[in-house]
Design a protein around this ligand. Structure first.
Ligand code: FMN
Length: 177
């Protein structure tokens, strides 16, 4: 199996997509083959040895298509390295860790993935979609709180873990127990 990495995202207003692109760019700098794709564009994860999945959080939930992605690929994800993140908190609470929604927690457990990492999000008038988002984007929640240093550091850790698993892998390509 090749060591390709998929970074898939579910984003409504673009902030989570931007985080996924930054993770992808960092992994490429470390020499990985990376596809960064909207989850809706992913039909098979067979080509990938590792998967990073990120969703925006809305009213404490993940985007439906991200949860569906986990459900659709649960068996294949069990045999791959998987990392999860979600992007949400903005404004004064931007550093608050967000819990995984119950459905996501169950699926993550099934897959054997560690809990999702929380990254702060973005809520700005220019990119806000929908009445409520536009309204909120005029108050103290407004702004781009994404922490690129934290995001890159996390991607560095993923790269190191992928490298380690490559070295641990026997030369015949089988997966060690
Ligand atoms: C209506 C609405 C509800 C939101 N609910 C949450 C929430 O429950 N938890 C959270 O951390 N962020 C919440 N946010 C903030 C968004 O998750 C944040 O803006 C995120 O970066 C958007 O990602 P996207 O641009 O990829 O869609 C909410 C934003 C809006 C507009």
């Amino acid at each position: 199996m090749s060591r390709n990495v998929l970074v898939a995202y579910a984003s409504k207003m673009g902030a989570t997509a931007g985080i996924a692109e930054a993770i992808g760019a960092d992994l490429r700098e470390h020499g990985h083959d990376v596809d960064v794709l909207d989850v809706a564009q992913v039909h098979s994860i067979e080509p990938y040895a590792a998967v990073v999945l990120g969703s925006a959080i809305y009213i404490r939930r993940w985007r439906r298509e991200a949860v569906q992605f986990l459900r659709n690929h649960v068996d294949a994800l069990c045999t791959r390295q998987v990392w999860l993140f979600h992007s949400g908190p903005v404004g004064p609470d931007k550093d608050q860790v967000q819990e995984m929604p119950a459905a996501v927690r169950r699926l993550a457990h099934e897959i054997g993935a560690t809990p999702a990492v929380t990254f702060a999000g973005r809520l700005e008038r220019d990119t806000a979609k929908g009445f409520l988002a536009r309204r909120l984007a005029t108050g103290d929640l407004a702004g781009d709180s994404r922490d690129w240093t934290k995001i890159r550091a996390w991607a560095d850790d993923i790269s190191a873990a992928i490298q380690r698993s490559t070295w641990d892998r026997p030369a015949d390509g089988t997966t060690p127990n």
